[in-house]
Ligand binder design. Structure first.
Ligand code: COI
Length: 356
């Protein structure tokens, strides 16, 4: 039973690499902290988690995740506050989403409390890797994959759960240009779009590359059946401000990832009295709003991307330029509120930041 083994074995590194980091030039996702946590599943139960020096894994060539795709992950962030405390933003939301991904992918679940505690310990051991510079944080990557050494299609009976962390700056260094995709599909009803599973990202690479060749950073995916409804972008959920209302695709369809940042944005906006509509959003209404000047703002919301303003939207042969960033009053205010909350500049009345 996992609850009996929450006692984590700790094997710390004899020599930290933190002094080698070039904090002024921190690329996203390429610098890794000293430690990682590994917990293995076999014979129907989770073993004892172990924190050990970050390093390579050795794998059998028939490791089933590589062939059949049972591989899921999460992304969250820890920040250093102005009082030099460390907090993790809403980790229980990621833990719940991880359970959903496990279930959809036939993988063993990890109880929410256990997941959060394992994340907390992994952050705690490398807390001197958390940047204090504004806009920087420690990205946390928990993931799980199937480890049966077997050729054949069936759910694996063994798994590895790993957490590593990376000090990071902004994922996007500038406002993004996105193209509304009307041919390729990220997810279909009944598929795995709601799960944070590796294959969703692999499948998006080719269409994204076609968009990038035309100057777009990312795509905005539309529904797989009619390509009439907006879904999400490859790295973030999407939110529009049309005529004073915040509008975002609802998560009722099982094709959209339940975003923690998006949920936070709409909860904040609603608490400020901004009208929020979570519903089906048509491509037509967004394009019509862009044409008539009613599209006041569009932005992505994601853990890595945070709040990423959209500068241009491409649709068929047209490109619509959105209003200047200085006019994006609501998204700018929400971005600042979230940053201030995470860095302890304002009181965490919502209890969203877990102290490490
Ligand atoms: C995240 O936002 O945490 C993701 O997993 C998306 C990826 C682009 C890094």
């Amino acid at each position: 039973m996992i609850q009996d083994t929450i006692n984590i074995k700790i094997n710390s590194t004899p020599k930290s690499r933190v002094s080698e980091v070039d904090w002024e030039n921190l690329p996203f996702g390429k610098v890794f902290s000293d430690h990682m946590l590994i917990m293995e599943y076999s014979n129907g139960e989770w073993g004892q988690p172990e924190i050990m020096p970050f390093g390579n894994l050795s794998m059998h060539p028939a490791t089933s995740a590589i062939h059949y795709g049972q591989s899921i992950f999460e992304g969250m962030k820890a920040n250093r506050t102005v009082d030099n405390e460390v907090t993790i933003f809403r980790p229980e939301m990621n833990a719940l989403r991880f359970v959903e991904s496990c279930e959809r992918m036939c993988m063993p679940t990890i109880p929410v409390d256990t997941f959060v505690e394992l994340v907390r310990k992994t952050v705690e051991i490398d807390k001197n890797w958390i940047p204090s510079k504004e806009g920087f944080s420690l990205y946390i990557r928990p993931f799980m994959f199937a480890t049966d050494e077997f050729v054949g299609i069936k759910p694996s009976e063994s798994y590895k759960f790993i957490i590593f962390t990376c000090p990071v700056g902004a994922y996007y260094s500038e406002p993004v240009n996105v193209k509304i995709e009307e041919f390729y599909t990220r997810a279909s009803v009944g598929g795995v779009g709601r799960a944070k599973t590796a294959g969703n990202y692999g499948a998006s690479l080719y269409p994204a590359r076609l968009g990038q060749a035309n100057g777009f950073h990312q795509l905005i995916w539309t529904d797989g059946k009619e390509h009439k409804f907006i879904e999400e972008s490859g790295t973030m959920n999407v939110i529009f401000m049309i005529d004073g209302k915040m509008i975002t695709p609802s998560e009722d369809a099982d094709t959209i990832l339940r975003g923690v940042t998006k949920r936070s944005v709409i909860e904040i906006a609603a608490s400020w009295g901004i009208p929020v509509e979570e519903r089906k959003v048509t491509v037509e209404e967004v394009i019509e709003a862009a044409r008539s000047g009613k599209l006041q703002d569009a932005f992505g919301a994601g853990t890595a991307a945070t709040i990423a303003h959209i500068a241009k939207i491409g649709f068929r042969d047209e490109v619509f330029t959105l209003p200047g960033l200085e006019t994006r009053e609501i998204s700018n205010k929400i971005k600042k509120y979230l940053d201030d909350l995470k860095t302890g500049k304002i009181e965490d009345t919502l209890n969203w930041c877990l102290k490490v």
